[in-house]
Write a protein that binds this ligand. Structure first.
Ligand SMILES: [Zn+2]
Length: 383
């Protein structure tokens, strides 16, 4: 309906200039990102399935293992179909502390992992952010092979909108690499798996599926779990507290905290519907077309925002000049995922055209453009 805007909105109206209304700044943490919970039995089931499938492929000549071959160097096993600066974060690494039940340590000597009474988290949880269900519904985040390998196991057909830990059946692809090491790519969207069959080769970056929330999972995320040829668990990130392997398995290892803005967006309602369980439907309310006089909600969605990091928010008119005053904000905490938004009321005689929401944060500048006025009218006028 915003697209059907009136010509009057541009041409009418007095020069009364509405005050820049700075609403109460809101935002904060978005949980700590989605995660899973496995039992020892789940883990045993995954491993048994993998071993059985691998041995079948070897016996049928579809898979050969190059023992002593080069260890894979992983690329990020995710990619996105949109143009946002970021689209995921990390909620959990591999738990390095062998003691169960609340004794956790990650490779960086932090506590960004979890364990249970009989299970230490054995993978990395990459959660999609923001609006993970919306991303899933639009197939926006794809899981890709982290290295060249052979599809060894495909599990599909399981419900993929789980919000809790009650359903152990995930959709997943298991891939064996050249040297016999292997990874599980789990929690995929139902029906999204590659059409390639078990025994088929994939190259690094090749499509495996879409991030979903099948199996024991609180929301859309990828659980990425890796073993060497002999079944020893690997934490691909190298760090002082990695007790499993000394070297990084990443081609280009990310920092422990990659502080960045994943997305800037303009909305026509307050962006406060971020936690969507148990309905499992996101209402992002993205809006890039506004009329003069409208209220605009300008949000930045962060990954790994750290305590006291400064953000500066600006709103620029079509001529590049600043509208209202900038907003400067020091992060009150450290988050895996966080968001902050400001509210601005456009004046009744707001200049038509492209307005820019700009955020300076952690040495980077992010911009999002939205439009004010009658675009249909403008394009018709140009014709
Ligand atoms: Zn996990």
């Amino acid at each position: 309906m915003k697209n059907i805007r009136s010509i009057v909105a541009i041409l009418c109206c007095s020069t009364v200039y509405a005050n820049d209304i700075e609403g109460t700044v809101q935002g904060g943490a978005y949980s700590h990102g989605h995660q899973d919970a496995f039992t020892d039995a789940d883990h045993f089931k995954h491993k048994t399935q993998y071993t059985q499938d691998r041995d079948n492929l070897i016996n049928s000549g579809k898979l050969s293992i190059n023992r002593g071959g080069f260890q894979p160097q992983f690329i990020m096993p995710l990619r996105t179909t949109n143009n946002d600066p970021g689209f995921f974060g990390v909620s959990n690494y591999v738990d390095q502390d062998p003691v169960f039940n609340g004794n956790v340590e990650d490779f960086f000597c932090g506590a960004r992992t979890y364990d249970l009474s009989n299970y230490n988290h054995k993978g990395i949880d990459f959660f999609t952010w923001p609006y993970a269900w919306d991303k899933m519904d639009n197939d926006e985040v794809e899981v890709v092979a982290a290295a060249d390998g052979v599809i060894t196991t495909k599990l599909d057909g399981n419900f993929d909108r789980n919000c809790d830990f009650s359903d152990p059946n995930w959709n997943a692809v298991y891939v064996t690499y050249n040297d016999g090491s292997y990874s599980y790519y789990g929690h995929l969207k139902n029906g999204s798996l590659t059409s390639k069959q078990e025994g088929a080769s994939v190259v690094a970056g090749e499509y495996l599926g879409v991030v979903g929330s099948s199996g024991s999972s609180t929301g859309p995320h990828l659980h990425f779990e890796t073993y060497d040829l002999d079944g020893n668990l690997i934490e691909p990130y190298s760090g002082q507290c990695n007790r499993m392997n000394n070297d990084s398995w990443w081609l280009d290892q990310e920092a422990y905290r990659e502080s960045k803005v994943n997305k800037l967006a303009s909305h026509d309602v307050e962006p406060d519907e971020l936690s969507s369980c148990p309905t499992n439907i996101d209402m992002p309310n993205y809006q890039d077309d506004f009329d003069p006089g409208d209220t605009v909600y300008l949000a930045a969605y962060y990954r790994d925002q750290e305590l006291n990091q400064l953000s500066s928010y600006y709103l620029l008119k079509p001529d590049g000049s600043e509208f209202g005053s900038a907003w400067h904000h020091n992060s009150p905490d450290t988050y895996n995922a966080s968001y902050w938004y400001i509210t601005r009321q456009l004046p009744n005689d707001a200049e038509p055209g492209a307005w820019t929401f700009r955020v300076n944060y952690n040495l980077n500048t992010y911009e999002h453009v939205f439009y004010v006025g009658d675009l249909i009218f403008e394009s018709a006028f140009e014709n």
